[in-house]
Design a binder for this molecule. Structure first.
Ligand code: GLC
Length: 754
């Protein structure tokens, strides 16, 4: 016994020493970096300091001669959009070996959902509810980007949005703060690895700070008016999570927040980011968002824009040149101080030192695996498979049987390698993309596959292709209909006021249903689409988002049951665009609608008395329930949740509680379920949402087996910013649900006591 105790103590002592040693090494490294920064800073001229604060837009091919001379003069801190590793090394050589102080240039690129191997769009990645897989995807992206000489990506996008009209919903992780925070952390871990100076590490840049996803009307760059409590409860936590995970750069947003543009917003960039969160990294503006302070009507001219942005805390200016043009004048007139400039430069140099750029400024492509390797493609395939959400499966028409099944492959997105990649794919090639048509021809024997496009593109307005599509359908046993949006219909500034299927796709659905053959809709889009009117004509629906390079094999594997669908919606699907904003974690209001079975508007009798149809918060034409709720997704098998319980009835502040339930696979296929934990704080000093996601787990079960699902919550997980703007967990009763989506009805409760 004594030996065991002695051994235990030795291990603890070792852990303690190694932990302290690691901490000591880290603080020693920090001290060394700060000393180097100070030594460099005192040598720098004003021009060289301004140079560090300037990020210029490079060019995909050879840069202009003046860029070389600017680099040589130490006037360029960072360059984005040069991706030729030879060119990058050539320019870096000028900076390191020919400029006066040899400060390396930080080369950047938007590596949003893959570099050469393209992964599902972030909204699709969120549908996997798989943090480990999102991390692996970011890791692959980092390796490929680093092999091209890129050191910094402007990702992850962790804007929370509840508006699918907004084009950039495609780039986000959806409507929920917790899911976005967890996946944002995963992306940071994947991009940066354990050692920011490692050769596979890519500096991340959570964006867009802040509340960019809350733009009025879902119109990109538009006004954001959000109460500070909601800013702090909904939009800021994912950024704090990413900084806690080790992000050392952050991007200021285009939009204004409550009247002050984010890029000139001292409350956001100084009070929150620096004073409250103690962020020591750098803030980079979005593309010309500094000079846009003039357009916003927040700065008289570019000189004032530069002053306001620097004063607020933007350290590096992307694309526009107000810093280069006006910092010296602002210093001369005394409206900026050299301390402010030095602080910005200090942060930039700190990032470069922490990323190992001084020690290791060049890239040898031979140090990296090939782009688009089989291993990378397998990660992309797994993520694409898990991103697919099964929304409907009437009479279990899926999975398909492979043997002797004649298949009609129809639709504008069956063979559209460009569109399946999604938006923000600067370095992805459509030639690499495996389309659904090519995948099914390899999977099923080609003579059993009949292809007819039906429509040239998703926006086609004529029905010229319908006869050939109908003919293909008639020859087949089942119709696979690939519809949705071309990638240009979402992404930056590509917002839609009507989010129906574009073109005559709905007409094509209805026509094909007349053949009497089962019609399986596979929808690829950068956002939720209002597909309610098409649903009755589809026997099954797979929502595949934009799945990337491996879209084809992933969709085929799910269709034929090689993999069971496990995706869950990261965003609510409205029935019509008029329901927006519609999201799960809404407030209850004083007159909540509770029964969606009331009469529809056209059933209301003429001259009906005003109070005859109830007075609760619903639409008389579209009720209040969405088409599909947040967290929803079917499987080929069925799951059941039973025996929910809380580990205790009451907990004190600072304690934890475990909520558990039994999950059973009651179907006949193996399947993976994303079990979700929701809570509700029944009474607060400010009203609380009717549900809040606080945990989720992917669980794979064989048919007929069960597993205990457990979630442990700390009272701090229940905190929110109260009416005094303090982050607190208030005492009171909480409800807790465990289930397969945000409408879970298996409930328990517990009390947090004073
Ligand atoms: C764009 C985007 C931002 C991107 C930047 C650089 O306008 O808003 O997300 O990182 O410019 O391409």
């Amino acid at each position: 016994m004594n030996k065991i105790i002695a051994c235990f103590c030795t291990v603890c002592l070792w852990l303690l020493i190694s932990g302290c040693k690691k901490e000591h090494e880290q603080s020693d490294l920090n001290t060394r970096i700060e000393n180097k920064i100070n030594q460099l800073l005192v040598q720098m001229t004003l021009d060289e300091k301004i140079g560090q604060m300037t990020q210029i837009n490079g060019f995909d091919e050879r840069t202009s001669p003046e860029t070389d001379s600017l680099i040589k003069a130490g006037m360029v801190g960072s360059i984005l959009n040069v991706v030729d590793v030879k060119e990058i090394n050539r320019m870096q050589k000028i900076a390191v070996e020919e400029s006066r102080l040899g400060i390396p240039v930080l080369f950047a690129r938007d590596v949003i959902h893959g570099f050469r191997t393209i992964f599902p769009i972030p909204l699709g990645q969120a549908a996997t509810w798989n943090p480990e897989l999102v991390e692996k995807g970011a890791e692959v992206s980092a390796i490929e980007a680093r092999s091209a000489g890129i050191r910094w990506t402007f990702a992850p996008i962790i804007d929370v949005t509840r508006d699918p009209r907004w084009g950039r919903v495609a780039e986000c992780y959806g409507e929920d703060t917790h899911l976005t925070s967890v996946l944002g952390r995963s992306a940071i871990k994947g991009f940066q690895g354990k050692n920011l100076a490692g050769k596979y590490s890519l500096i991340s840049c959570p964006k867009h700070f802040a509340a960019y996803g809350a733009a009025e009307g879902g119109r990109d760059y538009h006004t954001v008016a959000v109460p500070e409590n909601d800013l702090r409860d909904v939009h800021l936590p994912p950024f704090k999570a990413c900084l806690d995970e080790g992000a050392i750069t952050i991007m200021s947003a285009f939009n204004e927040v409550n009247g002050i543009p984010a890029t000139g917003n001292h409350f956001l960039l100084q009070t929150i980011l620096r004073d409250e969160w103690n962020f020591k990294g750098l803030v980079v503006s979005d593309w010309s968002s500094v000079s846009q302070l003039v357009v916003h009507g927040y700065a008289e001219n570019n000189k004032e824009a530069a002053r306001k942005a620097i004063h607020a805390g933007v350290d590096m200016e992307m694309a526009s040149t107000t810093y280069a043009n006006y910092i010296e004048k602002l210093l001369d007139e005394g409206t900026l101080t050299m301390e402010q400039i030095d602080e910005a430069v200090r942060r930039i140099l700190r990032v470069k030192y922490m990323a190992g750029l001084f020690e290791d400024p060049y890239t040898n492509p031979k140090d990296y695996p090939a782009m688009l390797s089989e291993k990378h493609k397998m990660v992309a395939l797994e993520m694409a498979e898990q991103s697919i959400v099964l929304l409907k499966n009437k009479d279990n028409v899926l999975p398909l049987k492979k043997e002797n099944t004649k298949v009609a492959v129809i639709g504008p997105l069956a063979e559209s390698p460009h569109d399946q990649l999604g938006s923000w794919i600067f370095d992805g090639n459509k030639e690499d993309a495996i389309t659904p048509l090519s995948a099914i021809k390899s999977y099923a024997s080609e003579q059993n596959v009949y292809f007819a496009r039906g429509m040239e593109i998703s926006r086609t307005m004529d029905q010229k292709g319908f006869p050939a599509a109908m003919a293909a359908a008639r020859k087949s046993d089942v119709v696979l209909l690939f519809i949705g949006e071309e990638s240009i219909l979402s992404g930056e500034s590509h917002c839609r006021a009507d989010i129906n299927l574009p073109g005559v796709q709905e007409e094509l659905v209805k026509e094909l249903s007349k053949t009497g053959k089962p019609v399986i809709g596979i929808i690829m889009a950068g956002r939720p689409l209002t597909i309610e009117t098409s649903l009755p004509y589809l026997d099954a629906v797979l929502y595949a988002w934009q799945p990337g390079t491996m879209a084809g094999p992933a969709i085929i594997n799910i269709l034929y049951g090689e993999e069971s669908p496990s995706g869950k919606l990261p965003i609510t699907f409205p029935r019509v665009v008029g329901q927006i904003p519609v999201y799960y974690n809404q407030k209850n209001s004083g007159k909540p609608a509770s029964d969606d079975t009331w009469e529809r508007m056209y059933d209301i009798p003429a001259e009906a008395p005003q109070l005859s149809i109830g007075n609760t918060n619903h639409y008389i034409d579209y009720g209040f329930e969405p088409l599909f709720p947040f967290g929803y997704g079917l499987s080929y098998t069925q799951f059941k949740y039973t025996d929910i319980k809380a580990s205790s009835e009451k907990i004190n502040p600072g304690e934890t509680i475990t909520i558990s339930a039994t999950l059973t696979n009651t179907g006949k296929y193996e399947g993976t379920e994303v079990a979700q934990l929701y809570i509700r704080d029944l009474v607060g000093s400010r009203t609380r949402p009717v549900r809040e996601l606080k945990g989720f787990q992917r669980i794979t079960l064989a048919p007929g087996t069960s597993k205990q699902v457990e979630f442990t919550l700390h009272t701090d997980d229940l905190a929110f910013f109260n009416d005094k703007m303090k982050r607190v967990t208030e005492p009171g009763t909480f409800h807790a649900w465990i289930g397969g989506d945000s409408k879970a009805d298996l409930k328990t409760e517990f009390i947090v006591i004073e």
